[in-house]
Design a protein around this ligand. Structure first.
Ligand code: 8DG
Length: 164
């Protein structure tokens, strides 16, 4: 198996709206996305909670593990494995952070796909409708050369589909 780097990505939802942040630095700079980052010496769930709090000041009370996106870049030997969670219960008031500025709620119908990672458009419908999904996305020179998105019956099927 190729070496892997683990990430989390968390989407907060409320009444058909989703909270997104405009990334100010690093991977995905200048794009709208959910909150998240690299898994450090911690569980996936703790990483998800920590990143959500650090990036928008919300404390998650539930986290639903819905899918995994495997990003492979041609000529790079490390795959990026992004575990996607949704959160519908939380405490606190959302606030922008150094890494996500501004942050704002978008209606599910007004998601700014043209200002997001290019592969998002295909798997977001699963995430927005709470369906389990796996994505295997291959990039070459910043262009997607393959984007295989599948829906599944459980998170275990997601894991086996991506051989995780
Ligand atoms: N690695 C990677 N992450 C992606 C892709 N698409 C995508 O939405 N993401 C998400 C997953 C993470 O939530 C976020 C990248 O994490 P990050 O680099 O901001 O991690 P971090 O917060 O720990 O970084 P930092 O504090 O060191 O700046 O972007 C992708 O193609 N590759």
């Amino acid at each position: 198996m190729r070496p892997q780097k683990l990430f989390t990505l968390i989407f907060v939802k409320k009444n058909k709206e989703i909270l997104l942040g405009h990334k100010t630095r690093g991977l995905g700079k200048g794009l709208w996305n959910g909150f998240g980052g690299k898994v450090e010496n911690e569980t996936l769930l703790n990483c998800a909670k920590r990143e959500l709090y650090e990036e928008c000041s919300l404390l998650a009370e539930n986290l639903n593990h819905l899918g995994v996106v495997k990003y492979e870049v041609v000529d790079e030997d490390v795959d990026h494995i992004v575990h996607v969670f949704t959160c519908t219960k939380y405490t606190g008031t959302e606030q922008r952070s150094e890494e996500m500025d501004p942050i704002r709620w978008f209606n599910f119908k007004d998601v700014p796909y043209e200002k997001m990672w290019p592969c998002a458009k295909k798997w977001w419908p699963y995430m927005l409708s709470d369906k389990y999904f796996s994505v295997h996305c291959i990039y070459n020179d910043g262009n997607i050369i393959s984007n295989n998105v599948l829906g599944h019956g459980s998170i275990n099927h997601v894991f086996s589909e991506l051989s995780l």
